[in-house]
Design a protein around this ligand. Sequence first.
Ligand code: GLY
Length: 397
Amino acid sequence: MIRYYLFFIALLAVNSSNAQEDNSSNKGLLNLINEDFKDADAQYKFFKTQIPLNELPRTLDEKGKLVTSGSAWWCSGFYPGTLLYLYENSKDTVLYNEAIRRLKLLEKEQYNKTTHDLGFMMYCSFGHANRLKANEKYKQILINSAKSLSDRFDPRVGCIRSWDSKKSSEFLVIIDNMMNLELLFYATKITGDSSYYKIAVSHADVTMKNHFRPDYSSYHLVDYNPETGETNVKRTHQGVADESSWARGQGWALYGYTTMYRETKDKKYLDFANNIANFILNHPNLPADKIPYWDFNAPEVPNALRDASAGSLIASALIELAGYNKGNVSKKYLGVARQIIKTLSTKEYKAVVGTNGGFLLKHSVGSMPHKSEIDVPLTYADYYYTEALLRYKNLIK
Ligand code: GLY
């Protein structure tokens, strides 16, 4: 009996010292995140002065000069989206007003039926603007965007077409497309029309069946036969090889199925997201600082370039997924997310205010095979980094 009590007291002592450790490391992390936000506010105020009035930032060229885009580029929503996350944290209206001003450039994209990227473009921008201050006009823009996106759904395949193709025998779907489904769930919530929800579920289920290997790694692209819905071919577009695991694609998959679980509460998506997380976190080529190489199978590993955009989006997804799990699984996800935040907040990745053209992070990779945007800042790296900071801060503040 005495032995039992001693064991119980020892357990309490261990638990309380674990809790103390957790508290003090959370305090340290909170300080770091607050410092990151302070720098990010200053950096995005500098960024604002660098961007021509009617354009949106994209990246830097080899000479460090800002490359911009119009509103039709798939990344057009990330700059206003990041500003809105920063505003959400600091309530600094300079950031808010800049976001709202740039949103005007994007309005016309609500009718764009030539892209599957409307979720990225419109939900990561207008979605936040409307979430922070409900606005009928933004709601309508989001509904119209969901309509345009739904137009690309083909019931014979059960998917939204990602890219148009000149060949009528092709129906191209990329794993990135999972990220555009959140917009459809929102449209069902706001209109009561379940067709958007059904399209999202169908797309996720067909993708689950065809886009993944037995180890839960994902192909980048699946080409379907549009008549039969059978798969023609599975290949890469931005990875090193058809059978490789392009890092950002694994991140899109993780984030996408985490969102599917949030929106449907169907446990099969939670299990699937956990399996994808296991693939990523247990991969022998995931570096100790947890920022992935641009492709898990890049032949230059361990000297391959890292992709900060993959790191930031994986961190953000893991923080949400941790909330749907318990115990050690949840702890493990939060531990990796912390590590990613810590690494991205070092001077290796985080730019000094007033440098890096105004972007927060350095060292992302757009598309290695196309020799495009290699080892540069990218708006979506900043967006998911800021989202991860905010998500973690909300857990521990
Ligand atoms: N969605 C395009 C990319 O991840 O590069």
